[in-house]
Design a protein around this ligand. Sequence first.
Ligand code: G4P
Length: 315
Amino acid sequence: MSIQWFPGHMNAAKKKAEESMADTDVVIEVLDARLPEASCNPLVERMRVFRQRPCLKILNKSDLADPVATALWASYYNAQDNVTAYPMTTKKPSDVARIVTLCKQLAPHRGVPTKPLRIMIMGIPNVGKSTLMNALLKRRVAKVGDEPAVTKTQQRIYLDQHTVLIDTPGLMWPKIDMDSDGLMLAASHAIGSNALIEEEVAVFLAEVLLERYPNLLAARYGLKTEGMDGVAVVEGVGMKRGFRVKGGDLDFEKSAHVLLHDYRSGALGRISLETPQSRAERLARHAAEMQEKAERAAAIAAAKAEEAARGKRGS
Ligand code: G4P
């Protein structure tokens, strides 16, 4: 399975972002603290590194993320050149209030009336960019919504005399390499519900929860998780809640929906879907799978060439 969703307006957004990057001093990349790398757009990262722009990596929605995992991610990003990590939540005005100061530290030569500090806000849909803009400006300038890709046009707003904010449309990238990234994004609602089947997403989420947070499943649904797999967890949620379709069978769809909703709203607890270590392990597994696939393809091509050569010799 490879997940494709690159609506037409995304191409235009990418071009615009590339142009704006040239006139930017600091890039704020808004990530979802629960899945920082899966929610990091490699296109943005490439553009930024190419232009050598410093970056404030905001680990947003940290109110929903596991604080231990968030601390690990902050150290991970702070170790990178030209990067400051900032775990925060747009729900806390005091968190928002620190952002401009952190940006100024990344571009100390800017921020005077003749040379205003130009800040570009980027990030994939639904990580909280519009909410952040509104909080920074303390008034409503961008439409906030939980359906992906609500912010479609670019906005340029003076925060004060010395600081300009550039908001860009939520940017996705043409293809997500790892299936698990697509599933994490769908679980966290960065991908619309029609891009992936909710039930598949819920089973994936249940597997992550079994591995990392079985106690939260027990606490919320009273499940004894030992020996369970993802499907059994979703079924367990439905059975505990009595979700039945006509005829009495378990309503798997509703059970999946409730599990996802409880994760998205934070009702299940503070959960992170990845850590720097789990990310490294997934990447290594993915690289090994890709290698195996390439070797298989090469062996098939060699066998075909051999067969063709034999045919030629025989004729
Ligand atoms: P975007 O511009 O990047 O696409 O995202 P947007 O600001 O529209 O935010 C998407 C959803 O994420 C919104 O929820 C918003 O409230 C929520 N959100 C943003 N920042 C945070 C945060 O730090 N913590 C939490 N828990 N949620 C955050 P929504 O479902 O549309 O509804 P509502 O919360 O506004 O009612």
